[in-house]
Design a protein around this ligand. Structure first.
Ligand code: GDP
Ligand code: MG
Length: 174
């Protein structure tokens, strides 16, 4: 099995969208309800993707950083997940500015990116239609998933692990 160098993933999105829950879900396949929302953590993980072992570092940002901190995180990362909460339109409106900053920091490179609409289990409180997420992802030329950190699979949109794996494939294609 081929082994590749460590890749750096960073997870962005407004505080409360479920970044920590998603990262822990991916790492442990478990859902944990409460994290300190001000906490920023990095994790080391290995996954086998298409018969290749990938080592990664994952940065779970707090979502309350100032622009300078955000830029530093963006310079650090090789690939990015931007998360919004389907029940919080404001968190969706935060996505485009984050992508704008990412493009500025990484210019002229095209950055591996996945857009994630989280909390798809809360369909009753939905404020952002699936089609809106799809359209935004098309605008940003990135993959899109709706998912839930607390359910294995929601609809046909794929789960949390699929989103991370897609990002890792995208990085490998670069
Ligand atoms: P972060 O600030 O982006 O890291 O968000 P957290 O991971 O701390 O989650 C914020 C809140 O949303 C917590 O109360 C979580 O339990 C809850 N949460 C996270 N993901 C989901 C999800 O997929 N579905 C539901 N129903 N709640 C979630
Ligand atoms: Mg968090």
């Amino acid at each position: 099995m081929a082994k590749s160098a460590e890749v750096k993933l960073a997870v962005f999105g407004r505080a409360g969208v479920g970044k920590s829950a998603l990262v822990v879900r991916f790492l442990t396949k478990r859902f944990i309800w409460e994290y300190d929302p001000t906490l920023e953590s990095t994790y080391r993980h290995q996954a086998v993707i298409d018969d290749e072992t990938v080592s990664m570092e994952i940065l779970d940002t707090a979502g309350q950083e100032d622009v300078l901190q955000k830029e530093a995180h963006m310079r650090w990362g090789d690939g990015f997940i931007i998360v919004y909460d389907i029940t919080d339109r404001g968190s969706f409106e935060d996505v485009a500015p984050l992508k704008g900053l990412l493009d500025e920091v990484k210019r002229p490179k095209h950055v591996p990116l996945v857009l994630l609409g989280n909390k798809a289990d809360l369909d009753l409180g939905r404020q952002v239609a699936t089609e809106e997420g799809e359209r935004l992802a098309a605008d940003m030329a990135c993959a899109f998933y709706e998912c839930s950190a607390c359910a294995d699979r929601v609809g046909s949109g794929g789960g949390v692990a699929e989103a991370f794996h897609e990002l890792l494939r995208e990085i490998r294609r670069r």
